[in-house]
Write a protein that binds this ligand. Structure first.
Ligand code: SF4
Ligand code: SF4
Length: 323
């Protein structure tokens, strides 16, 4: 943000802007060793239950999902299921609202992004599921613009390796991402929202999640979003996302969220690798929040859905809206 723009802000707005930059500096100073120590002390081994990649159905017994082990090489990304209901969405507001787009569901959910002055709790939402009238809560995990493009390329490569007769038709943006539902109307046809969520299938599961013979897997494992690669952990820094729900365990700067794999032995090598990715994610989320804040322009009279991300205002198909 330029000095002239800063000077036009109120004192509280200037503090918010500066705090985001301060949090980024803190993220960059995070020690991978310390994060790894924390992860090691909490313990984690993915059981490949798939719970963090799929929709939640009311009355669902999540324990049953543990029977769906995932093959090692296609371990499901660590997104998260959520039992919460869709609630008030954040309205598009000024870009200086502290740089975070929050997706508030009225509870303790998590996410990444830029906050919103209409967001009552200013909670960060990263992955969650949203209730529907059918009591199914689609899987919802935030994905950044460059991650969307990587997933498009991944999907293209997947199809190139099959007998798909439509293999030469590029995967579209909306094939892998959808507007974050917060801020949209009940039919998800109009409204203003921030950031993108991984696209879901008719069952509400992530489109990259597959099960065969009761075994689940992530078809985009090698290119899964950072939020997936670091689940069930988050870093206790303002402006970063938290997987859904309150932390069930903490150690140092690391928070652990609901996951049946917690408490299991983890090798030092695996803990360090996870810690390094967690640090990368924290930095990335804050950089994204800052870019979103700086790119934000009021939506104007645009019909339909407007999605604000770090690259500006877009349509649901990912194309830019010229203000
Ligand atoms: S990260 Fe946790 S919730 Fe996700 S598949 Fe592994 S064990 Fe299940
Ligand atoms: S991209 Fe992969 S790991 Fe992430 S939610 Fe989808 S299936 Fe799970």
């Amino acid at each position: 943000m330029k000095d002239a723009e800063m000077n036009e802000l109120s004192d509280s707005e200037q503090e918010e802007v500066q705090s985001l930059e301060a949090e980024l500096a803190r993220a960059k100073s995070l020690s991978v060793k310390s994060l790894a120590d924390a992860i090691e002390s909490i313990g984690f081994e993915c059981t490949r239950c798939g719970a963090c990649c799929t929709a939640h159905h009311s009355g669902e017994n999540n324990d049953e999902k543990t029977e769906n082990a995932h093959e090692d090489e296609t371990e499901p990304a660590h997104t998260q299921i959520n039992n919460r209901s869709k609630t008030e969405a954040p309205a598009a507001t000024a870009p200086t609202e502290n740089g975070r787009v929050s997706h508030n569901n009225g509870s303790d959910d998590q996410t990444r992004t830029v906050s919103n002055q209409d967001n009552k709790a200013n909670t960060d939402v990263a992955m969650e599921s949203v209730s529907t009238s059918t009591s199914t809560e689609p899987h919802t995990a935030t994905v950044f613009p460059d991650e969307v493009r990587e997933l498009q390329a991944t999907a293209d490569n997947m199809r190139d390796g099959t007998a798909d007769t439509d293999a030469h038709s590029p995967t579209e943006w909306r094939d892998v991402a959808r507007p974050m539902p917060y801020g949209l109307d009940d039919e998800n046809s109009t409204g203003t929202t921030f950031e993108w969520a991984l696209q879901t299938d008719a069952c509400g599961d992530c489109v990259f999640y597959e099960e065969a013979d009761g075994v689940g897997s992530c078809q985009a494992h090698d290119n899964r979003p950072l939020i997936c690669a670091t689940y069930p952990f988050s870093v206790a820094l303002g402006g970063t996302s938290q997987p859904m729900g309150e932390a069930v365990d903490t150690a140092g700067m690391v928070r652990a969220h609901e996951c049946e794999g917690l408490g299991r032995d983890i090798t030092r090598e695996a803990a360090e690798e996870l810690a390094a990715t967690l640090r990368t994610r924290a930095i990335r989320e804050l950089e994204e929040a800052i870019s979103l804040r700086d790119a934000y322009e009021p939506p104007g009279n645009t019909d339909g859905i407007v999605v604000h991300d770090s690259e500006g205002a877009k349509r649901p198909d990912g194309t830019a809206i010229d203000n």
